[in-house]
Design a protein around this ligand. Structure first.
Ligand code: GDP
Ligand code: IMO
Ligand code: MG
Length: 424
C-alpha cells in the first residue's frame, strides 16, 4: 500500500498550494480535494498561462490523473460549470477524470445570500468572507439540513431544494438584507444538469479501492491552518477544518493510511479578510511585499494584507498537522529588501510568549530577529549552492527553528521556477 500524502497550507491560505500540487502531480495517480469549496482559488502556471481553480483539484492539467472531489467539499454547481467549461475550452478533458463524492454538500443560491446577509449584519466585525456561501452551507451540513450531490439523483430533489430554500427565506426575514434566490435558480439548475453528467461516486469506497490497488494519492488542502474552524483565530476563520485530520474525514481515509504531510508556506505572511495578524506591515515594506508578490486575491481580487514571516504561527501549524516536510513559496519576492525580519515570539503587557492567543481580539507585539537581505535576482537559480548566503541563511534559520526540512523552494509562479533541494 502507498500511504496517502497530504499537502496543505500552514498560514492564512494562498500559500501557493495550487502551484505545488500541479508540480507534484506527475508523481501521483489521484489528486483529491477534501474540504472547502469555491472560497479557494488555487493558481498554477505553465507555458506562460495562469489558471485559477476553485473546486477542481490541481491535478487536472495532467492527463490520466483521477481528480476526486471528496465528501468534505462544498460545491456550487454554477462555479463548477464555469470552471469545467473553461477547462474544456482549453481541450482539457474533465468528464472522465473528475469524480465527485455523492456525500459532498451543495451550495444553494440562498446559502450565498445568507452569507452576504450575515456579513452585512456584522458591520465592522465582519469576517471578510469570500461570499461564496461557505459558512451557511457547512451550517446546514452540521445542522443536518443540507442537500448533497447524491440528492440530485433522487426523485424528490426539487421538493428537497424548495424545502431548504423556503427555510432560508424565513431566516432571511431577520436580516436587513434581501435578495431573491429565484433570480439565480435557472443558472443553478443548469449547473445541476452539468453535475449529473459526471461520475458521482461513493467516494470512500472509491478511494479505498484505489489505495488497495496501490495507487498513489495526494490530498490537496484548501485555505490554511490559521483559518481552521477549531485552531484558527476564531471567529475569523473559515467554516471547515483545514488541517491534516480533515483529509481523513473529508475523504474517508483512515489516519493509519496517511504518509507524508507536506506543509506549504510563503516566505512571508499574507491574510485576506479580517482577524489578527501580528506581523502585518502597514508601511512601505508591506506595500513592497504586496506589489512584488502581486498579492491580490485569486478568488475575490481583494488586496491581501502582508507582513513578515511568523515563526510561532508556523510552528503551531506544524504541530497541529504533524508536518514532515516544508515547501517554501514566493522566496523570490523577498529580493531587494535591505533587512528582513522573522517574528520569533510575542511581547504582551507583562510577559514574552511564543504561543498563539485564544482571544482573536488580542494583537500581541511581535519580537523580531533581523536578518540581512539579498539584492541579486534569485528567480532563475536552480542549485542550492548558487543561492546568496543571506538567502540560504534565511532557510536554515527556519529549518533549525522548526526542525523540519525544506524540500522545495519556489522561486516564481511558473511550474519551472522551482528548486528541488538535494535533487539539483
Ligand atoms: P493557493 O490558494 O495556496 O493555491 O495560492 P494562490 O494561487 O491563491 O496564491 C498564490 C499566488 O502566488 C498565485 O498568484 C501564484 O501564481 C503565485 N505564486 C506561487 N508560487 C510563487 C512563487 O514562488 N513566486 C511568486 N512570485 N509567485 C508565486
Ligand atoms: P485558498 O484555498 C485565503 C478567508 C476569507 C475570510 C475567511 C472566511 O485559496 O488558500 P469563507 O468564504 O471561507 O467563509 O471566508 O477565510 N479565506 C481564504 N483566504 N485563501 C483561501 O483559500 C481562503 N478561503 C477563505 O478571506 O477571511
Ligand atoms: Mg488561493
Amino acid at each position: 500500500m502507498h500511504k496517502t500524502d497530504v499537502l496543505l497550507g500552514l498560514q492564512w491560505g494562498d500559500e501557493g498550494k495550487g502551484k505545488i500540487v500541479d508540480l507534484l502531480a506527475p508523481g501521483y495517480d489521484v489528486i483529491a480535494r477534501f474540504q472547502g469549496g469555491p472560497n479557494a482559488g488555487h493558481s498554477l502556471e505553465f507555458d506562460h498561462i495562469k489558471h485559477v481553480l476553485h473546486t477542481i483539484p490541481s491535478g487536472i492539467f495532467h492527463k490520466d490523473k483521477i481528480n476526486l472531489i471528496g465528501n468534505g467539499v462544498v460545491i456550487d454547481p454554477v462555479v463548477f460549470k464555469t470552471e469545467t467549461e473553461a477547462l474544456e475550452n482549453l481541450s482539457v478533458s474533465t468528464i472522465n477524470t473528475i469524480y465527485i463524492s455523492k456525500k459532498a454538500h451543495l451550495i444553494l443560491p440562498s446559502h450565498r445570500i445568507l452569507d452576504a446577509a450575515s456579513e452585512s449584519a456584522k458591520g465592522d466585525t465582519k469576517i471578510g468572507s469570500t461570499l461564496k456561501g461557505i459558512g451557511p452551507t457547512y451550517m446546514d451540513k452540521t445542522g443536518r439540513n443540507g442537500l448533497r450531490i447524491g440528492d440530485i439523483q433522487l426523485p424528490d430533489f426539487i421538493e428537497k431544494y424548495n424545502f431548504l430554500k423556503n427555510k432560508h427565506k424565513v431566516i432571511l426575514e431577520q436580516y436587513d438584507y434581501y435578495d431573491e434566490p429565484e433570480k439565480y435558480e435557472k443558472e443553478w439548475f443548469t449547473g445541476i444538469e452539468k453535475l449529473r453528467t459526471y461520475n458521482l461516486v461513493e467516494s470512500e469506497y472509491f478511494i479505498n479501492q484505489l489505495i488497495n490497488e496501490k495507487k498513489k494519492i495526494l490530498a490537496e488542502g484548501a485555505q490554511g491552518t490559521l483559518l481552521d474552524l477549531d485552531f484558527g483565530s476564531y471567529p475569523y476563520v473559515t467554516s471547515s477544518n483545514t488541517i491534516c485530520a480533515s483529509a481523513c474525514s473529508g475523504l474517508g481515509i483512515a489516519p493509519t493510511k496517511i504518509g507524508e504531510v507536506i506543509g506549504v508556506f510563503k516566505a512571508y505572511c499574507t491574510r485576506v479578510g479580517g482577524g489578527p495578524f501580528p506581523t502585518e506591515l502597514k508601511d512601505k515594506n508591506g506595500e513592497k511585499l504586496r506589489n512584488q508578490g502581486k498579492e491580490f486575491g485569486s478568488t475575490t481580487g481583494r488586496p491581501r494584507r502582508c507582513g513578515w514571516l511568523d515563526l510561532p504561527a508556523l510552528k503551531y501549524s506544524i504541530m497541529i498537522n504533524g508536518v514532515t516536510q516544508l515547501m517554501i513559496t514566493k522566496a523570490d519576492v523577498l529580493t531587494g529588501f535591505e533587512t528582513l525580519k522573522i517574528c520569533t515570539g510575542y511581547q504582551t503587557a507583562d510577559k514574552s510568549i511564543d504561543s498563539l492567543s485564544f482571544d482573536a481580539e488580542q494583537q500581541p507585539e511581535p519580537v523580531y530577529k533581523k536578518m540581512k537581505g539579498w539584492k541579486s535576482d534569485i528567480s532563475e537559480i536552480r542549485k542550492w549552492s548558487n543561492l546568496p548566503k543571506e538567502f540560504t541563511g534565511y532557510i536554515n534559520y527556519i529549518e533549525n527553528a522548526t526542525g523540519i526540512p525544506v524540500t522545495i523552494i519556489s522561486l516564481g509562479p511558473d511550474r519551472s521556477s522551482t528548486l528541488f533541494r538535494g535533487k539539483e
